[in-house]
Design a protein around this ligand. Structure first.
Ligand code: NCD
Ligand code: ASP
Length: 303
C-alpha cells in the first residue's frame, strides 16, 4: 500500500504533548461520529492489516483496539510478548521489523523501556500508535478521558480536573495533563511525596486531597507498583485513608463532580468499592468510550 497525502508521522500517534489542540479536537469529534454509528461493522478499513503488539500486559487497551479495528473491518494480528520469540530474547525492534516485513499497514504498540517507541518511529515505515509507552505517554487513554469529560460537561475549557495518585509513574497523568492544558482545562495534582514528580517535565500545582476533591473531575490513579523499584513505604490501608476516594469523601463531592479512573482499579485502595459503582463514577463509560476513540485513531492512521 502506498500512503500518499499524509505522511507516516501525521498518521502515527506517539503522544499528545506534540499534538495540536485542533488535532486532538478533530479526533474527539470523529470519535463522536463513530459513537453515534448504529451499525456495528463499518468496513472502511477492509484489507488493511493491523498488528497489535503488546510487550506489556493489558486488558482494556488491547481489547478496545481490537474491537475498534474489527468494527472498521481491518484484518487484525495480535502479538503477545510472552507467546513470541521475545521470550527467547528477540528485541522489540526486530519484532516490529518482522511484522513490518510481512506487510502490516499499521502497528499498535505497548512497551515498557523508555525511549524505544521514539526510536522505532524513526526507523519503521508504517504508522505506529502508542498504546502505552513506559512512564511516558498513553495518548489513547487520555483521548478517551477527554471524550468522557466532554460527554459530561460539553466543553473542557475552564474545567477543573484533579489527578490523584501515582503521578510520578503515570503515563495516563502525563498525556492527560498535556492535552487538558492545551484545551483550556485547569489541572491540579495530589499525591504522596514518593509519588510526586517535581523533577519531571509535568507541571501542575500539588494540592491536598480535600482541595482536590472540589474539582469538576476527580481522576484517581492506581499505584503503579510494578514501576516502584524501591517498593512503597505505605500499606494499602494507610494509602486508602490518606489518598483514597472513600465512601465518606465521595459523599462530600459536588453533585456534578464526576469520578474517573483508567483501570485496572484496586478496589478499596484508591477508590472504595461502592464508589466505583456509584452514579458519579464514569469508570465503565470510559471503557466504552475507548472503542470509538480508537476507531478514530485507527482511521486516522490508515485512511
Ligand atoms: C493504565 C496503563 O496501563 O497505563 N491503564 C490503562 O491503560 N487502562 C493505568 C494502569 O495500569 O494503572
Ligand atoms: N491498564 C492496562 C490496560 O488497560 C491493563 C489492564 O487493563 O488490565 O491496558
Amino acid at each position: 500500500m502506498i500512503l500518499t497525502a499524509k505522511s507516516i508521522k501525521e498518521r502515527s500517534l506517539l503522544g499528545l504533548k506534540e499534538l495540536a489542540a485542533s488535532e486532538i479536537e478533530s479526533i474527539l469529534d470523529r470519535a463522536s461520529h463513530w459513537d453515534k454509528q448504529e451499525e456495528k461493522l463499518v468496513p472502511v478499513l477492509a484489507s488493511k492489516f493491523v498488528a497489535n503488539m503488546f510487550f506489556e500486559n493489558s486488558t482494556r487497551t488491547r481489547f478496545s483496539f481490537e474491537m475498534a479495528e474489527k468494527r472498521l473491518g481491518a484484518e487484525v494480528l495480535n502479538f503477545a510478548a510472552a507467546a513470541s520469540s521475545v521470550a527467547k530474547g528477540e528485541s522489540i525492534y526486530d519484532t516490529v521489523r518482522t511484522l513490518e516485513s510481512m506487510g502490516i499497514d499499521a502497528g499498535v504498540i505497548r512497551l515498557k523501556p523508555e525511549g524505544v517507541l521514539a526510536q522505532l518511529a524513526e526507523k519503521v515505515k508504517v504508522p505506529l500508535v502508542n498504546a502505552g509507552d513506559g512512564n511516558n505517554e498513553h495518548p489513547t487513554q487520555a483521548l478517551l478521558d477527554l471524550y468522557t469529560m466532554r460527554q459530561s460537561f460539553g466543553s473542557l475549557k475552564g474545567l477543573n480536573v484533579s489527578i490523584i495518585g501515582d503521578i510520578k509513574h503515570s503515563r495516563v497523568a502525563r498525556s492527560n495533563l498535556w492535552a487538558l492544558q492545551k484545551l483550556g482545562a485547569n489541572v491540579t495534582f495530589c499525591a504522596p511525596d514518593m509519588m510526586k514528580a517535581p523533577e519531571l517535565e509535568i507541571h501542575a500545582p500539588y494540592i491536598s486531597i480535600d482541595e482536590a476533591l472540589k474539582a469538576d473531575v476527580v481522576m484517581m490513579l492506581r499505584v503503579q507498583l510494578e514501576r516502584h523499584d524501591k517498593g512503597i513505604d505505605m500499606k494499602a490501608d494507610e494509602y486508602r485513608k490518606r489518598f483514597g476516594l472513600t465512601v465518606e469523601r465521595a459523599a462530600k463531592l459536588n453533585p456534578s463532580t464526576i469520578i474517573m479512573h483508567p483501570a485496572p482499579v484496586n478496589r478499596n485502595v484508591e477508590i472504595d468499592d461502592a464508589v466505583v459503582e456509584s452514579p458519579a463514577s464514569r469508570i465503565f463509560p470510559q471503557m466504552s468510550n475507548g472503542v470509538p476513540i480508537r476507531m478514530a485513531v485507527m482511521e486516522r492512521a490508515l485512511l
